[in-house]
Design a binder for this molecule. Structure first.
Ligand code: ADP
Ligand code: MG
Length: 728
């Protein structure tokens, strides 16, 4: 049996970049495979087109007759582009995407066929979806779920299928996906923010949430990866000694991109453009073989869909280039992990970014209103925001001395801090004309100038204001952005509703002028949300202590963090904002706990298997060579052999010691797993996996990694860190 590691290394040595042929001018490729506004106009009747546009903009219902027309148009377009199937495309709670393909045509015998794609198939599908997580919402005997068309995200062609973005709900109407609550949260923020925006501009009739994600990932050669069951199954290395050269030199960041990778990126970018994903930046990240892809921001629902689609596209394109993509938040110990920054803002249908300062004091008061309300919302619901990014894999990043900590805090920069400090001193009640003039000229009026020099970005903050948007940096690279974006919009919507109520009371009952009332409420909000603001080093020990004193949460593990999802405060929030029900929240809690436990269980099994089936046998092989050597030395040197064989004998002993510890730790870990599996409920199971199973990973790894550096390199079967990270 050849050593697979050497075989893989040899294969990689032979690889050349795949030659990519440009499919056309980039601007012409853009949206080629998307049924966008322009294509819709071309293929649809005026009536159908207007009906769909109304649904997109105002959530109007599309009647059945029109749906038939729309479906026909979609089908004709899709077939003209070579599609043969259609598929409802959705995002179940597994975090990935799901599709079920049906052919447009169905033969009915005697050489005849009927077309199967009408309004009915477009709008709703019943799907046997009993294998998707549902947290007990759907009894197993009632395995029906429904997918329903979401007209706000355009259909697209992927491979040979026309994909229709849909929501996924149970027979009884509960959401079984990430999109349903997101759409509801987007409705909530639209309503709440429009009301508030009207204080400043009566012409606003709609507010959308915008999202620009930044996807980090690792690219690893597929042959090298295939020698590592941990990478292939868990998406991360569970053992491996750190290489002599890691990222200490920081020479990868913005360095030149290797040829094979560049060719992958070009290919990927073309695919993205065809699918209407407006990709733009491309650069190396801090770690070796780590990269980032970021598009221009979009309306949030579309951006979430595009990110889910992108992860799938990335995998598919990688196959053509003999790579695998690692989306895991921490694929390699000791090397930077990956995140997915979520840049978030709000925009009006009058074309204004509500988190960007404007040219007039009134526009800046509008900016301050949305800015301060967001900070207050984050302060109020920091624990929920933390929960929205909790997962077994993200636990390796958050709170593990890597960006950002498990503590949520808001960074706004020195200058805006000064503005808020000054606003905090505004007097209560009616403002004097002098005070108002001063405020407008010297505080609010100065804001645009501040932005010219907005260089003091703090990289360690989890929720940072970056000039015209907030950047939520705690989101995991593997995550579906739907979850955090739902939370941000829901909590800010709630805050804006409260804000409007408070301002209106001051206007109507206290007779204050509108801007006096707004200043008054904002002043209170600044005071109430001070504890969430932090400008210092988020990685430091002092901040952990300080955050604790401030009463901020610091939930380092997923089981701990998830609890916030089912607190009475959270349930109250979601029910009042009509985003999720108690039943849905409790089901999700259950699902996430189970997913967490499963992840740790799989990793536990893997590390046990690899230790026993790869590491120990290899170590024994090497030990036998040593024993052979000592025997030979004894033959030559007789009784005095220890003079020349003592090092070898020492090694033989040390190998045995490591093997012994590995075996006993793996046994203990198995016992802990048994205990976890017998626990009385999902919460308890997850807790045991977290606190009693997981700690064995590092202990077992330690001994395996020691053996890795002792054993003859020729014998080692698992591709080493330096090879995984520096070969491409
Ligand atoms: P950095 O890497 O420094 O965080 P980038 O320039 O890579 O910054 O990313 C900025 C991200 O912010 C991009 O994805 C961009 O699309 C997004 N963005 C810019 N403006 C907005 C906005 N108004 N709403 C949402 N996202 C935005
Ligand atoms: Mg960023």
């Amino acid at each position: 049996m050849p050593n697979l590691r050497f075989h893989a290394l040899k294969e990689v040595g032979k690889r050349k970049p795949v030659v990519i042929t440009e499919k056309g001018k980039r601007s012409e490729l853009f949206g080629e495979n998307v049924f966008n506004e322009e294509t819709m106009r071309q293929y649809m009747t005026k009536e159908a087109f207007e009906s769909v546009m109304n649904a997109i903009q105002y959530g109007a219902k599309i009647d059945r007759k029109i749906a038939d027309q729309v479906a026909t148009a979609m089908r004709d377009w899709a077939i003209s582009k070579g599609a043969t199937h259609y598929s409802h495309w959705f995002q179940p709670l597994t975090g990935s995407t799901a599709e079920k393909h049906d052919a447009f045509f169905e033969p009915i015998g005697r050489g005849r066929a009927i077309e199967k794609f009408g309004g009915g198939q477009l709008v709703q599908q019943e799907s046997d979806a009993s294998s998707f997580p549902n947290g007990g919402i759907r009894d197993t005997f009632e395995a029906r779920g429904y997918t329903a068309w979401d007209p706000t995200s355009p259909v697209f062609i992927y491979g040979t299928a026309l994909c229709i973005p849909t929501i996924f709900i149970s027979y009884t109407g509960e959401a079984l996906d990430n999109k349903t609550p997101l759409l509801k949260a987007l409705t909530a923020i639209d309503q709440a923010a429009t009301e508030v925006a009207k204080y400043f501009d009566k012409n606003v009739t709609k507010v959308i949430s915008t999202l620009g994600w930044e996807q980090e990932y690792f690219l690893i050669d597929k042959d090298l990866a295939s020698t590592r069951p941990d990478l292939m199954i868990a998406g991360r290395t569970l053992l491996g000694h750190t290489p002599a050269k890691g990222q200490q030199l920081d020479d990868h960041y913005f360095g030149s991109i290797p040829g094979r990778v560049l060719s992958y990126m070009r290919d990927l970018e073309q695919e993205c453009l065809l699918l209407g994903i407006p990709v733009k930046t491309r650069h190396n990240e801090v770690a070796p073989n780590q990269f980032e892809l970021a598009p221009i921001f979009e309306e949030a629902n579309l951006a979430v869909d595009q990110n889910s689609l992108l992860m799938d596209v990335m995998n598919k394109v990688a196959e053509r280039h003999d790579f695998i993509v690692l989306f895991h938040e921490k694929p390699f110990a000791g090397i930077n992990g990956s995140g997915k920054h979520n840049n978030w803002s709000l925009a009006t249908d009058t074309g204004v970014n509500l988190l960007a300062p404007g040219k007039t004091p009134m526009k800046n008061l509008q900016f301050l209103t949305f800015f301060i309300c967001t900070i207050k919302a984050v302060c109020e619901y920091e624990e929920l925001l933390r929960a929205s990014v909790a997962s077994a894999s993200n636990d390796h990043r958050l709170g593990a001395n890597e960006a950002p900590p498990a503590i949520v805090s808001v960074f706004i920069g020195q200058q805006l801090t000064k503005v808020l400090d000054e606003l905090e001193d505004v007097s209560t009640g009616k403002l004097s004309p002098e005070e108002k003039t001063d405020l407008k000229l010297n505080v609010v009026g100065k804001i645009p100038d501040l932005f010219l020099d907005n260089t003091d970005r703090n990289r360690t903050s989890s929720f940072a204001f970056t000039g015209n948007k907030f950047e939520f940096r705690a989101v995991g690279s593997k995550a579906n952005c739907g979850k955090p974006v739902t939370i941000i919009n829901t909590i800010v919507a709630k805050q804006l509703i409260d804000f409007k109520k408070e301002v209106d009371v001051l206007i109507e009952e206290k007779g204050l002028k509108k801007d006096d009332a707004i200043f008054n409420v904002l002043r209170e909000y600044i005071k109430q949300s001070k504890k969430i603001r932090f400008e210092g080093d988020g990685y430091s020990q002092e901040w952990e202590e300080e955050a604790m004193r401030r009463g901020l949460s610091n939930n380092k593990t997923t089981p701990e963090a998830l609890k916030a999802n089912v607190s009475e405060k959270t349930i109250q929030l979601f029910e009042s904002m009509n985003v999720m029900t108690r039943v849905e929240l409790e089901a999700r809690y259950e699902i996430e706990l189970e997913e967490y436990a499963k992840n740790i269980q799989i990793e536990g099994r893997l590390i046990g298997d690899i230790a026993r089936n790869h590491v120990v046998p290899t170590a024994v092989k090497y030990q036998n060579t040593l024993i052979e050597n000592v025997r030979g030395l004894k033959e030559i040197f007789g009784d005095g052999y220890m003079d020349v064989a003592s090092e070898q004998v020492e090694l033989i002993k040390r190998i045995s010691e490591h093997i012994k510890v590995i075996h006993s730790k793996v046994d203990d870990m198995i016992e802990a797993r048994k205990k976890a599996n017998k626990a009385k409920n999902a919460e308890e199971t997850a807790k045991i996996y977290c606190n009693e199973v997981k700690p064995f990973f590092d202990q077992i790894r330690y001994h395996c990694d020691k053996l890795e550096i002792m054993v003859d390199d020729e014998l080692w079967t698992l591709t080493k860190y330096r090879e995984l990270l520096f070969t491409n």
